[in-house]
Design a protein around this ligand. Structure first.
Ligand code: ATP
Length: 324
């Protein structure tokens, strides 16, 4: 009987549990045993293994976070610890490692394959959706929905007090979350790192909106552009002579990452997990499952390394066209 191991690595994202469940149950369907590795690569080095069964992954589909826990493990950048990891896998007769992770985790896992000829299958997750080679990463939809709901609430206060609100959302260096939050919450201005939006245009736009009778505005800013605090201070300075109701800011932070995954995240995580096992059974290795034109496909793991994925310019235009 074949045996695979599965781990979650890097930052948590809603939908990880759905992916774990899908891997374990699909593997079982094809008569493969699954071993869960706790705390990502840390657990691989320290041999924190536990068998997972179709029953033991019951009741987790709708839960955020990861039952396997996750960690960042600097030691994995050293070959001696990667060797230890492979020895641990081999000592338990494990034939392949399924890594539910982001770019960094894939780079680490890829080395296990290159250096020790150990098969790797990747499943992409990150709320930031910035993994090159796939249109979608697990967790993104939930993060966007969490942030959109928060902006909807902030809008009530902004509207009532006739104020400008600057809302900072996550995304690291990328603007996928900010852009989708901007579109779905009807933000007046959406700032993302990939496409410039000069300060004088922001100021002009706010003044114009105020003059046209709209006395509150929502600005969504990706953390990769600047902090909400800095932007609010700069705007305060440039708008000090205007009779505006004051500027407030809010940093959404970790609430974006937690909570029950949306239907979309549960479904895509389930599809990714199933397909990952099936690709492995077809003899694939060193690939990740990926979304392309809305369909699940496979891509070499190495496609994700060092490449930058950009949001569509058309979406950036959309968010600007739809504001007053
Ligand atoms: P996230 O999207 O949450 O950042 P990620 O997988 O990109 O997910 P990282 O923190 O970049 O998260 O990487 C997770 C772990 O992968 C690291 O803690 C480290 O153990 C391992 N790793 C990352 N980069 C490398 C590398 N170049 N070589 C070996 N291991 C690496």
């Amino acid at each position: 009987m074949k045996r695979i191991a599965v781990l979650t690595s890097g930052g948590d994202a809603p939908g990880l549990n759905a992916a774990i469940r899908a891997v374990v149950r699909t593997a079982s369907y094809y008569n493969i045993e699954t071993i869960g590795v706790k705390r990502g690569f840390k657990g691989l080095i320290e041999k924190e293994f536990e068998p997972l069964t179709p029953r033991s992954v019951g009741g987790i589909l709708g839960r955020g976070g990861t039952i396997l826990l996750t960690a960042r493990e600097p030691r994995f950048k050293e070959k001696e610890f990667r060797q230890k990891a492979v020895e641990n896998l081999k000592s338990e007769n494990i034939d392949a490692l399924f890594v539910i992770g982001g770019n960094g985790s894939f780079q680490g896992a890829y080395l296990l394959s290159k250096e020790f000829d150990f098969p790797i299958i990747g499943i992409p997750k990150t709320i930031d959706n910035d993994t090159f080679g796939t249109e979608y990463t697990i967790g993104f939809d939930t993060a966007v929905n969490n942030a959109m709901e928060a902006v909807d609430k902030i809008r009530d206060t902004g509207m009532s007090h006739e104020r400008i609100f600057v809302v900072e959302v996550m995304g690291r260096k990328s603007g996928f979350i900010a852009l989708d939050v901007g579109i779905s919450s009807g933000a007046d201005i959406t700032l993302i790192p990939e496409y410039p939006f000069p300060l004088h245009v922001i100021v002009q736009k706010l003044k114009k909106s105020y003059e046209s009778g709209k006395k509150f505005s929502i600005i969504v800013v990706a953390e990769g552009v600047t902090s909400a605090k800095t932007l609010a201070e700069v705007l305060e300075h440039y708008l000090k002579d205007e009779d505006l109701g004051g500027i407030r800011y809010s940093v959404l932070g970790y609430i974006q990452r937690g909570g029950s995954p949306t239907a979309k995240d549960r479904i895509i995580a389930s599809r990714f997990g199933k397909k990952a096992v099936e690709y492995y059974l077809e003899g694939e290795r060193d690939i990740m499952v990926a979304m392309e034109n809305g369909k699940i496909t496979k891509k070499p793991l190495s496609i994700t390394f060092g490449k930058i994925k950009k949001p569509e310019l058309e979406d950036f235009e959309l968010v600007n066209i739809l504001t007053l």
